[in-house]
Design a protein around this ligand. Structure first.
Ligand SMILES: [Zn+2]
Length: 76
């Protein structure tokens, strides 16, 4: 079974390797050192990596205003 690993979603590099610590695998980019999601199954680790996307150009409002979440769920 051939597993295709998508290029790094952050820098576009195809210099990737599989890191494993005995319990889980993850895809690591050699260029920007990004480490993908860990998964016990190699296939899943690659799958998660392939599903990763570059950050959207529209930031989440919650990132701009961390207090926004508190305002929304706090005072009643
Ligand atoms: Zn990269």
């Amino acid at each position: 079974m051939a597993l295709t690993i998508a290029p790094c979603p952050f820098c576009g590099s195809e210099h990737l390797h599989i890191h494993h610590n005995g319990l889980s695998h993850c895809v690591v980019c050699e260029s920007c050192k990004t480490c993908g999601p860990h998964s016990p199954a190699l296939e899943n680790a690659i799958g998660h990596w392939n599903q990763a996307r570059r950050p959207t150009s529209t930031p989440d409002p919650a990132d701009l205003h961390p207090m926004a979440g508190l305002w929304a769920t706090g005072h009643g």
